[in-house]
Design a protein around this ligand. Structure first.
Ligand SMILES: NC(=O)C1=CN([C@@H]2O[C@H](COP(=O)(O)OP(=O)(O)OC[C@H]3O[C@@H](n4cnc5c(N)ncnc54)[C@H](OP(=O)(O)O)[C@@H]3O)[C@@H](O)[C@H]2O)C=CC1
Ligand SMILES: Nc1nc(=O)c2c([nH]1)NC[C@@H]1CN(c3ccc(C(=O)N[C@@H](CCC(=O)O)C(=O)O)cc3)C=[N+]21
Ligand SMILES: [Mg+2]
Length: 285
């Protein structure tokens, strides 16, 4: 039996409709949520994401500003801009697009973002709060994956969730969010020798590796939910995930397409975090 393709567009549209309404009611109180996106250098993939983010903000009524800085921008210039955005009362969220050029220390940049405005949830304070289960900002890509599972009615509690990849951006926070939802979680990575044996036990398999189409039918338990976070550009210019879609779809119960699900969900969670940051500030005032 072929897997059900998860309709990301529909889920994204539903959540964005709700965000729009909440943005409007904040605006009625005189507050417009604002997001600043900072892009250093001219990586073409990053430029596409940054454009998508700005357009998505406009669609739901969030103010956005994009700062495009040349690749040779110094770390201190970047830190100065972050300081200015931290102090700007119209800006509730700050996102510095990663990766940064090699001469800039990413940790120093992330540390400089005010945790209240850290809509990526990359700042150590927010990562720590996530780890100990305190309420706060949630990381966009992992939060988007949890939303997708909930929207399609998959119960997470008690399931064996396997995450492939352990980056600070995706794999590690993904494992933490699944654990919060009471899954039993296993994390695989490049030193996992018997990966196929482990992925085959997954009821929910989340793949975030960055290797085009590496996960095939043989890695998947019949009926499993397969969530593909990967974004790989092929030589022909097409985007593809870390999962071999056609092969995996023969075995999986549900599967997400690339493009069309986790990417747009990530941006939707960014909008949600920006809205939340604006609401938090309004309630403090
Ligand atoms: N849709 C979206 O919004 C987003 C998509 N992405 C995409 O997700 C993918 C992963 O991104 P990111 O987490 O930043 O990538 P990283 O390169 O930071 O991490 C990749 C992880 O995969 C592991 N890995 C590498 N090779 C293998 C292998 N052969 N078998 C098992 N594990 C392996 C690495 O292990 P080790 O730690 O041992 O090196 C590492 O933990 C990329 O395609 C990226 O473009 C990323 C962010 C957002
Ligand atoms: N500080 C920071 N925060 C991030 O969240 C962040 C980052 N840096 N660096 C890069 C990764 C990647 N990422 C994506 C967001 C949207 C799509 C997206 O919209 N994808 C569309 C297609 C896009 C296309 O057509 O190229 C889709 O999957 O349908 C993809 C990838 C966020 N990231
Ligand atoms: Mg760097």
């Amino acid at each position: 039996m072929a897997a059900e393709r998860i309709n990301g567009k529909q889920i994204v549209a539903e959540i964005r409709e709700q965000i729009s309404q909440e943005v409007q009611s904040l605006k009625d109180k005189g507050i417009q949520p604002g997001l600043a996106v900072v892009l250093v250098g001219d990586d073409p993939a990053s430029a596409v994401y940054v454009r998508n983010k700005a357009k998505s903000c406009a669609d739901v009524g969030i103010h956005s500003e994009v700062y495009r800085l040349p690749a040779e921008t110094s770390q201190s210039e970047l830190l100065q801009l972050i300081g200015k955005l931290n102090a700007d009362s119209h800006i509730h969220g700050i996102l510095v697009q990663l990766p940064l050029p090699a001469h800039i220390n990413e940790d120093a940049v992330i540390d400089a973002i005010s945790p209240d405005k850290d809509v990526d949830c990359f700042h150590p304070v927010n990562v720590g709060n996530l780890m100990i289960g305190k309420p706060g900002m949630l990381p966009c890509t992992p939060a988007g994956v949890i939303e997708v599972l909930k929207k399609i009615g998959i119960s997470i509690e008690g399931k064996h969730a396997v995450v492939v990849g352990r980056s600070n951006i995706v794999g590690k926070p993904m494992a933490m969010l699944l654990l919060r939802e009471n899954a039993t979680v296993t994390v695989c990575h490049s030193r996992t020798p018997n990966m196929e044996e482990i992925t085959k036990q997954a009821d929910i398999l989340v793949v975030a590796v960055g290797r085009a189409q590496m996960i095939e039918a043989r890695h998947i338990k019949p009926g499993a939910v397969v969530i593909d976070v990967g974004m790989n550009r092929l030589d022909n210019g097409k985007l593809t995930g870390d999962v071999h879609y056609d092969d995996a779809a023969q075995v999986a119960g549900y599967i997400t397409p690339v493009p069309g699900c986790v990417g747009p969900m990530t941006i939707t969670m960014l909008l949600q975090n920006t809205l939340q940051a604006a609401k938090n500030k309004a309630s403090q005032a």
